[in-house]
Design a protein around this ligand. Structure first.
Ligand code: SF4
Length: 255
């Protein structure tokens, strides 16, 4: 049995005390140095049974707070990174460049994958998730998207990834973002989709964007096991064939 802190959690050890920083919630949890040493050992992949003085109470608190999980295998947890490491911060001064911009435009989805939840944590690097953190107060308006695209473009960004939820369900917003990105000169635009609902797509407005199609199943039976609302899986192949006929650029990610 293994235990790892989440991709958004950093364990920082000071001389007298230590903390866990949860970057998804801006929460800091103070813990004794001995517990930090234990967590760092666990994060290095040492099995729970082999770490001395395990604090099971802390581990179960971290599980409850969504700050850590038990794993059967030595899972690799990719850490969310913000900013630059101190070693290259001076070197990179005034030379900051963005190569890829990920825009999460919605949390709605036409599927209910069993492994996807709407908790408010963005526990992922890329890909779709029914992130439930959007609210009237924090959702970006069309002008905000334009601003982000313009600023990113000024910083050298030419590759845009549009993710959700299911971005195709918000076609009006999506088409506006596509038009803006196209006008600014983004050369690679990827729209991440499950491809089950493409009726609303206006192909002419897609210009030179590509689809990244994520599929976790390849037949109805497997789809029924993984997706709670059991969509008609034949739609997926039907839409794949439509893309093929249109010779529309697409990448299939099967996982
Ligand atoms: S398709 Fe993606 S966003 Fe939709 S439920 Fe499945 S994992 Fe979540």
């Amino acid at each position: 049995m293994f235990f790892k802190t989440g991709s958004h959690c950093y364990v920082v050890q000071g001389e007298r005390q230590a903390s866990i920083y949860d970057l998804s919630d801006n929460v800091m949890l103070n813990i004794p140095s001995a517990d930090a040493a234990m967590l760092l050992e666990l994060n290095r992949g040492v099995p729970v049974e082999q770490v001395e003085n395990i604090n099971y109470l802390l581990l179960s608190q971290l599980v409850d707070k969504g700050m850590g999980s038990y794993y059967d295998n030595n899972a690799y947890i990719d850490k969310v990174r913000f900013g630059l490491p101190p070693s290259i911060r001076d070197f990179a001064k005034n030379r900051v460049r963005i190569s890829n911009l990920y825009l999460n435009i919605n949390d709605e989805c036409n599927l209910e994958c069993a492994y996807c939840s709407t908790d408010n944590r963005v526990n992922r690097m890329t890909g779709c998730k029914r992130y439930g953190g959007f609210s009237q107060d924090n959702v970006m308006k069309q002008n905000d998207y334009r601003d982000v695209l313009q600023r990113s473009h000024k910083l050298g960004c030419r590759t845009l990834h549009i993710i959700g939820g299911e971005p195709l369900l918000q076609w009006d917003l999506l088409s506006t973002i596509l038009a803006e990105a196209h006008e600014l000169g983004f050369s690679s635009i990827f729209i991440y989709t499950n491809l089950l609902d493409i009726e609303q797509v206006n192909w002419a407005q897609l210009s030179d964007a590509s689809f990244v199609i994520h599929a976790s199943a390849h037949n109805q039976e497997l789809s029924n096991q993984l997706v709670r609302n059991r969509p008609d899986f034949s739609k997926f192949y039907e839409n794949m064939n439509k893309l093929k006929k249109k010779e529309f650029p697409s990448i299939l990610m099967y996982y």
